[in-house]
Design a protein around this ligand. Structure first.
Ligand code: SF4
Length: 710
């Protein structure tokens, strides 16, 4: 029997609508859903090739258990669940709860039912040492919004359809869409805006692919955006464009902001940013004079050393010019849960920044930030209080966190490592148990990731389009079974100990309660599949601010020590040699972190490798040629990699795509045969390798040297 089922992609924020073709219970095709009311048939090849991941013969089929010689044997849930529970109990008895930790990867952000069950088990275990991929790409945004708006879940999105002037920092929508802005076809939206007369400017160290469709790039030196943004506000002030009445109505501490920006004139920062004072003044004038102007920043800035301060200043650029909460400016999009901004309430204070065991860091007062993943090896191998048991769910920290060698050594030292995944990936090569999970199309879900970030709000429910194959189980089942085996209360137990609940119904009850804030329900959602929601009026943005007095904090006290750090880094940058090369990450339209590493169609011909990209002038200066193997060296490591010359890059900037380096990934045959180079091995790890305000890792703008290999 052949049938078609509506579903959606679980790879990135827009959750594009798709139609799954199911034949005799097997998923045989994924197609764009042309009738989807929001995404309207837009799907990229990552979405379509989700089929190849679903059907990948290397996907885990049954639980695996490591033998003494390091190889794996196929096992069963009846064996592995009690064994894991027993080992956990033993470690808890001997070492207490501080000996247990967890790491969750980026796919878990696209899996609604994961969070409650994982959180429940970790809570029962008392496992407070929690790490996530969030400190590799976005924890700065939660920290900044928490400090400025009093809620970590308020992220005003740009109103592209109505704006007259748009600045986008550190993003390349044609390649990697936009983060913290869920929008299906950003290039189409940007092109339409430009055709209507809007001006679009990308601030980026390279001439990005999106420029071919709309807008223009102004080159900036890597990891200097914070100085550009401070100078932009300084220029608004100098030009008399700051609306002080508006600031008084909606903000507090704004005079301190204006005192701060005085340190960063366009002339002072031009040598650091590479953007001339004249260009910056012109941008400031156009932004301030536009009837409506919007701004947005993405991962390219997040991954620097000062992403929290940069995001604070993004909010301030919008606020001081009166564009926050204005049609065509930036606005909060509430989505299906009107209390989402309240639910994210975190009122940051200086006490949140602590002296941890490995230097200054943000205290783990927020599940959205967590401990720095860059400190995971330190916490695991801590002399006084080591982590001895660890869960890694949907993540691959060996390749995605800075410092591969330290991470491998740390994982290998654990008494118990349980990896819960669809693949036996590079990190799982160190696991004692590798547990097979149901994939995106084998579980029911809603498009939870876009909540509060959707350009056009909607909610979609997808049933499991096929039953989980082989012995695969959803994460909630696995964590609840472990909880049950340990004698904790679990989804499978009623008070009398009998299996009586429908766990999935229980899990969806939370979503049902959220939907009721908009007079909706899970029943209505299941019946209709997709519900299109009324957009939030832009002026309501201010109603979602959750500070005690309801005013936006323009100069959070919690940032004080980091402002000194900002000036210290400015001095360091000023003293760097003029020909210092800086390494950035180059996103690739055929790769999503390491997700597609085992998909042959994504790695055809030239794409079967990753490369170092360098400006031809930098190549000539070093007598390096296209196609040559070169040695790329940072203070933390070195690799050999093939060189490609590209004048897309600013001189002085080199770029590599991350998510590669699979030569030891024995569980992923195609990835292992096309390994590429793990560029994260060159990144700093350990103390001082992250931003103290947010625990965000320093992953871009890394000083490097390049020379001929051999
Ligand atoms: S844009 Fe993102 S959500 Fe849409 S199909 Fe591509 S990967 Fe999936």
């Amino acid at each position: 029997m052949k049938e078609e089922k509506k579903t959606f992609c679980r790879v990135c924020e827009p959750a594009c609508g798709m139609v799954a073709v199911v034949e005799d219970g097997a998923l045989t095709a994924l197609k764009p859903d042309k009738d989807h009311p929001i995404t309207k048939g837009f799907v990229c090849h990552k979405g379509i090739y989700g089929l190849d991941i679903h059907n990948d013969p290397d996907r885990l089929k049954v639980p695996l258990k490591r033998r003494a010689d390091g190889t794996y044997e196929e096992s069963s849930w009846d064996i592995v669940i009690p064994e894991i529970a027993e080992k956990l109990k033993n470690i808890l008895e001997r070492h207490g709860r501080s000996a247990i930790g967890g790491y969750r990867g980026n796919p878990m952000a696209f899996n609604t039912l994961f969070g409650p069950s994982y959180g429940a088990l970790m809570g029962q275990l008392g496992a407070q040492k929690q790490f996530s991929s969030g400190t590799q790409d976005c924890s700065n945004k939660f920290a900044a919004s928490g400090a400025v708006f009093g809620t970590q879940t308020l992220h005003p999105v740009p109103d592209i359809a109505h704006t007259d002037f748009l600045i986008l920092l550190g993003e390349n929508p044609a390649v990697s869409h936009m983060s913290f802005l869920s929008i299906a076809d950003p290039v189409g939206e940007l092109r339409a805006a430009e055709e209507r007369g809007a001006k679009i400017v990308y601030i980026n160290p390279r001439s990005i692919e999106t420029e071919r469709f709309a807008g223009e790039v102004v080159h900036i030196r890597p990891d200097t955006d914070v100085y550009f943004l401070a100078a932009l506000i300084n220029e608004f002030d100098r030009l008399g464009k700051i609306d002080r009445d508006h600031l008084t109505a909606h903000g507090r501490n704004w005079q301190a902001l204006l005192d701060f920006e005085k340190e960063y004139s366009a002339e002072r920062v031009e040598g650091i940013t590479g953007i001339s004072a004249a260009t910056l003044t012109d941008l400031a004038q156009q932004f301030a004079d536009a009837p409506a102007a919007a701004i947005h920043m993405s991962t390219g800035v997040n991954m620097g050393r000062q992403g929290t301060l940069a995001y604070w200043l993004v909010h301030m650029v919008s606020l001081v010019t009166g564009n926050l909460g204005r049609k065509g400016g930036n606005f909060y999009s509430a989505g299906f849960y009107t209390r989402a901004s309240k639910a994210g309430t975190v009122r940051s204070s200086p006490e949140d920044i602590i002296e941890g065991p490995y230097g200054t860091m943000r205290a783990k007062n927020s599940p959205l930030v967590g401990l720095p993943a860059n400190l995971m090896p330190n916490y695991i191998m801590d002399k006084r209080e080591p982590i001895r048991a660890m869960f890694i769910t949907g993540g691959n920290p060996v390749l995605s966190v800075g410092g591969e060698a330290q991470m491998r050594e740390a994982l290998a030292s654990l008494e118990l490592l349980v990896c819960v995944d669809i693949y036996r990936n590079a990190s799982a090569e160190h696991a004692h148990y590798v547990l097979p999970v149901a994939g995106a199309f084998e579980r029911p879900d809603i498009n939870i990731t876009g909540l509060g970030l959707q350009y056009r709000p909607s909610i979609q429910y997808s049933e499991a389009v096929v039953e989980p194959g082989f012995e695969r189980k959803p994460e909630w089942w696995i964590f609840s079974k472990i909880a049950q085996a340990m004698g904790f209360k679990s989804m499978f137990d009623e008070d009398d100990g009998q299996k009586a609940l429908d766990p999935e119904q229980e899990l969806w009850a939370r979503t049902d309660a959220m939907l009721r804030s908009r007079d909706l329900s899970m029943d209505a959602l299941r019946e209709q599949g997709t519900l299109v929601l009324d957009p939030t009026p832009p002026e309501d943005t201010y109603d979602h601010v959750q500070t005690e007095d309801g005013l936006i904090d323009c100069f959070p006290e919690a940032f004080a020590s980091s402002l000194d750090r900002m000036e210290k880094i400015f001095t360091e940058l000023n003293q760097e040699p003029g020909d210092q090369l800086k390494l950035i990450t180059k996103r690739d339209v055929h790769m999503m972190n390491s997700w597609y590493a085992n998909v042959e169609k994504m790695k055809r011909k030239e794409r079967a490798n990753n490369y170092l990209f360098m400006h031809p002038e930098d190549g000539a200066r070093r007598q390096l040629k296209e196609g040559q193997q070169v040695r790329l060296k940072s203070k933390d490591g070195e690799v050999e990699i093939e060189l490609k010359l590209s004048d897309d890059l600013m001189p002085g900037v080199v770029a590599v795509t991350h998510g590669w380096g699979h030569k030891h990934s024995g569980g992923m045959a195609f990835a292992q045969s096309t390994p590429g180079v793990n560029i994260n091995a060159l990144l700093p790890s350990g103390p001082d390798s992250f931003e103290p305000l947010s625990n965000q890792a320093h992953m871009t703008g890394i000083p490097v040297e390049v020379s001929r290999a051999g």
